[in-house]
Unconditional design. Sequence first.
Length: 130
Amino acid sequence: MAWIKKKVDVQRIENLSKKYRISTTATALKFAAIGNHPIMIVHTSNNKINWFKRSIDFPYKWPQGIKSTVPKYTLAGAYYKDGTKFNETLPVTAKDWFENVWENDYDREFFERCIYSERHDFVMSVLWED
């Protein structure tokens, strides 16, 4: 299990999913549970957050939008706004994704990569800090 020693990388999650023939969602959840890098996985559909899972060492406990819509200044938010799909990792800030962010942490940088499933009609955002 040499992959545990490596930092989070969505490509690594997708490759492990194919290698072990399990879903990308299950692989991401396993990585959050036993990986060595703080991550949060946010599963959305119809512009709503269905569920989220975070590693125990991820700095924030709650994504914004639990009771409303996916935060609009995120990659997942862009998808629900106009169908834009980003196939690369891009930076977001703490205030874009998380609740209860201290003012001095508003611009704290995180990375987001989305996995889009048209077949199952969901977007899964993987969030981490470098």
